[in-house]
Ligand binder design. Structure first.
Ligand code: SAM
Length: 312
């Protein structure tokens, strides 16, 4: 693995495993098209979700596209997925544009999501996935184009959407000041020349999905909850994950003395860093998951969990 960000995404895997909402996941399983569906995951990063969905028996054959704007991460994903497959005794073969993992063809697409949708290069997909991504884009601008990649009745699963609440324990006098400033930074962020984030993406997705003609069929919380075990050690690589969260807050706020007093930020980071090293830091981030499908014309038949039903 070549970058610190790739290690962060790998470390996030166990945190997401616990957090992903099982009720919403059950809805995805129910909606999942039979056969060999085409899945498009946007902002897929290292590809940890395709590995998880194969491990959990949600996908196994067909095509799974990992789209990301970070070419280095996509390059890393080939090696990360090869190592994951090898650890499971699953045959994998590198291909010019991705890899074959068992019966699943994984394709890597290097693109920025907004321009991918605007330039109409978007290949159709049966299932859309976005994990920890929609809070990094301008959802009202992106969602209609994204959903247009689906056929009528196509399925989406949008998970780990941040929803405006981060809790660090034990409490610190500067918590409110720091988190208020961090949320403001999220709300005003511009990346790739576009608005890139909303600290309340989770709750707003109910409305955005409805407005885009694809109201959620299932929704539920997917909070990250990270704490050390009884021995004072964080599980797996989750101490690194927590350190990355603190670094992200530092990097967002250290050039904003107008929002947080530099001395207050330095004190907050120093205390949080010591608590992390001592295994005392607890971190909770509130997030929401959604599953649903685009509209089908009445009278159309759909396959739902193996049964064929007529829509009314
Ligand atoms: C927080 S990471 C999540 C990665 C992966 N979904 C996961 O959960 O491990 C967000 C990812 O979205 C990608 N990303 C952010 N904005 C994007 C955009 N506008 N177009 C395409 N990818 C984007 C980043 O490069 C990064 O890999």
């Amino acid at each position: 693995m070549t970058s610190g960000y790739a290690r962060y995404l790998a470390a996030k895997t166990t945190v997401d495993d616990r957090a992903l909402n099982r009720h919403v996941l059950a809805e995805l399983r129910r909606l999942m098209p039979a056969g060999a569906p085409r899945v498009l995951e946007v902002g897929a990063g290292l590809g940890t979700m395709v590995a998880r969905l194969m491990d959990w028996g949600v996908v196994g054959s067909g095509e799974y596209v990992l789209l990301d704007t970070d070419r280095q991460l996509l390059d890393d994903s080939r090696q990360w997925l090869r190592a994951w497959a090898a650890a499971r005794g699953l045959r994998s073969d590198l291909l010019p544009d991705g890899l074959q993992a068992g019966d699943l063809r994984v394709r890597l697409v290097h693109a920025e999501l907004g321009s991918y949708l605007e330039t109409a290069r978007g290949a159709p997909a049966d299932v859309l996935i976005a994990n920890a991504v929609l809070d990094l884009v301008d959802v009202p601008a992106v969602l209609p184009g994204l959903l247009r990649l689906l056929p009528p009745g196509g399925v989406y699963w949008f998970t780990i959407n941040y929803d405006g609440e981060s809790i660090f324990e034990p409490g610190h006098p500067h918590d409110d000041q720091v988190m208020r400033a961090y949320h403001r930074d999220m709300d005003e962020r511009v990346r790739y020349g576009r608005p890139a984030g909303d600290s309340r993406t989770g709750r707003r997705l109910f409305h955005h999905l409805r407005a885009a003609g694809a109201p959620a069929l299932a929704a539920g919380s997917s909070d990250w909850v990270v704490s050390a075990g009884p021995d004072g050690n964080y599980p797996d690589d989750e101490a690194y994950f927590l350190g990355s969260i603190l670094s992200t807050i530092r990097d967002a706020l250290r050039s904003r003395p107008d929002r947080v007093e530099p001395a207050d930020l330095a004190d907050w980071l120093a205390v949080r860093g010591r608590q992390l090293a001592a295994g005392e830091l607890v971190y909770i981030a509130h997030q929401l998951d959604f599953a649903g499908r685009t509209r089908l014309a009445p009278g159309r038949q759909v396959r739902l969990g193996g049964a064929v039903k007529t829509l009314r």
